[in-house]
Design a protein around this ligand. Structure first.
Ligand code: PEP
Ligand code: MN
Length: 339
């Protein structure tokens, strides 16, 4: 439930509410606004007596949160979550563009790609150093060496880095190099990883599991938020359906649904959602029109030589054209791409 305090509630009134909730074994989240303080009481609402809290001094009203996800819900927080990343703002209307190769393959490949993406208008550099591959015989990523090359690419371009972390034990290492931790579709429900990412207090890009309900995805975001880490982005990357002409089926519905249910920024990944470069631009432009706060796109200077996901990777020139088109779409729907 959330407790909305009167505008004239004193520090003492607030502390009393917090103490009462904590005594009953609940987690408390305090949000001090300009006019009002809101106290989130998180746990099982049935064992707390709502009237008892409502009668306390300084309390204006108590609103139960009916959804199973609490901290992630719009009921808990009506305004969009926004946070700064480098010179950009994530969430809150302006679209952020993340781009780069599926995998970091070499120092020169990531630096070349980073420079091309930056020139084309990207804000954040993507690239996997630890790769979750369907086959154990496929390229598994360069590991820490890849992280070092990413850091060099950041040096060269000034772009912050988003990269995947696959196990809880590697969160501290990845945090040494990354600006955003990516939790991949295959690991969406890896609860130990969600705990570790939550504890890290680093921004997290949480991909939707390939057969996951929107509610399951939001419950996973809740795990991260429950550690006090509020910098969580949701990423729709396509789901499994019976269709085989595309790698996955882009669930464009998930964008407005997630934005209605949650205050968290929503990013679209048209590369994994379609699996074929020919369809990436259409899905990317649709995402901008549908209200996505960000787009993450795979770009490779020589897709034929890519060690993973070449078929869905755009060449830099095609990516540059897409950025121009996304800007036009954004303008047409009264939005803007981050400068
Ligand atoms: C990736 O971003 O390269 C990736 C493996 O994505 P997903 O987890 O969505 O499959
Ligand atoms: Mn990929």
């Amino acid at each position: 439930m959330i407790v909305i305090m009167n505008p004239d509630a004193t520090m003492r009134d607030k502390s009393a509410v917090i103490a009462r909730a904590e005594d009953l074994g609940f987690k408390v989240h305090l949000s001090e606004g300009k006019e009002r303080t809101i106290i989130g009481i998180i746990g099982n609402d049935r064992v707390i007596n709502r009237e008892q809290i409502e009668r306390m001094t300084g309390v204006e009203r108590v609103v139960p949160i009916l959804k199973p996800f609490k901290l992630a819900s719009r009921e808990f927080k009506a305004s969009d979550t926004t946070f700064p990343l480098g010179n950009h703002t994530i969430g809150g209307g302006e679209i952020v563009i993340m781009a780069g190769p599926c995998s970091v393959e070499s120092r020169s490949q990531i630096i070349e790609t980073a420079i091309a993406c930056k020139e084309a208008g990207a804000h954040v550099l993507r690239g996997g150093a630890f790769k979750p591959r369907t086959s154990p015989y496929a390229f598994q990523g360069l590991g820490e060496e890849g992280l070092k090359y990413l850091a060099e690419a950041r040096e060269a371009t000034g772009m912050p880095i988003v990269t995947e972390v696959m196990e809880p034990g590697l969160v501290p290492l990845v945090c040494e190099y990354a600006d955003i931790l990516q939790i991949g579709a295959r690991n969406m429900q890896n609860y130990a990883l969600l705990h570790a990412a939550g504890e890290s207090q680093y921004p997290v890009l949480l991909k939707r599991g390939m057969s996951s309900l929107i509610e399951e995805w939001l419950m996973c975001a809740e795990y991260i938020l429950s550690h006090g880490n509020t910098r969580v982005m949701l990423c729709e990357r396509g789901i499994r359906t019976f269709e085989t002409y595309t790698r996955n089926t882009f669930d464009i519905n998930a964008i407005p649904v997630a934005k209605q249910l949650s205050h968290l920024p929503v990013v679209a990944d048209p590369s994994h959602a379609t699996g074929k470069w020919e369809y990436v631009a259409a899905a990317a432009k649709a995402s901008v029109a549908a209200g996505a706060d960000g787009i993450i796109i795979e770009v490779h200077p020589r897709p034929d030589e890519a060690m993973s996901d070449g078929a869905q990777s755009l060449k830099p020139e095609k990516f540059a054209r897409l950025v121009r088109e996304m800007k036009a779409i954004a303008q047409a729907v009264g939005r803007e791409v981050n400068p």
